[in-house]
Design a protein around this ligand. Sequence first.
Ligand code: PNS
Length: 180
Amino acid sequence: MSARLKVSSMSGTSAGRFPERRLVAIYPGSFDPLTNGHLDMIARGSRLADHLIVAILRNTQKQPLFSLEERFEMIDAATSTLTNIEVDSFEGLLVEYAARKSANAILRGIRAVSDYEAELQMALLNRRMRPETETVFLMAAEEYSFISSRIIKEIVTLGGDVSQFVPASVAARLRAKFSR
Ligand code: PNS
């Protein structure tokens, strides 16, 4: 008999020590546009969380390439096979949105050391403002660690092909935008 089985047979069930807890996570971002790196994070986040909210920032200070509706449609289409995903948008403080959604985690990806400083600052500030919501970092998959929405837009602007870096529907929309 293993030590683990022995302990549980001596003390009866230990189920009471593990109360049911749902992990509701928010994966926030600008998603302008969605990349394969984001998609990998969403797929992995959806396996970790009971419910994953992909939350698009509505930033009135910045002029995005894609409208909120376009970004919503691209994420919605690319995640249609995942059943525990909600696509939403938010404005203002992320922690206030997290409180409204009763989220207990914020999911962020780290691609390289260069991401760390800004992410650490955001995570610490968010924790100070709302300790109930923990930031959880996932390391980006190696094959996507060099992709960013900004660099994708730059490549497309310069006439390059980004079809290996973004979902097919995003590549098509980028082509349509820049072929005008
Ligand atoms: O995809 P991005 O641009 O890296 O995402 C950044 C995002 C949306 C996570 C961040 O800018 C954010 O949370 N903005 C909401 C405003 C806010 O809460 N700011 C304080 C964070 S410390």
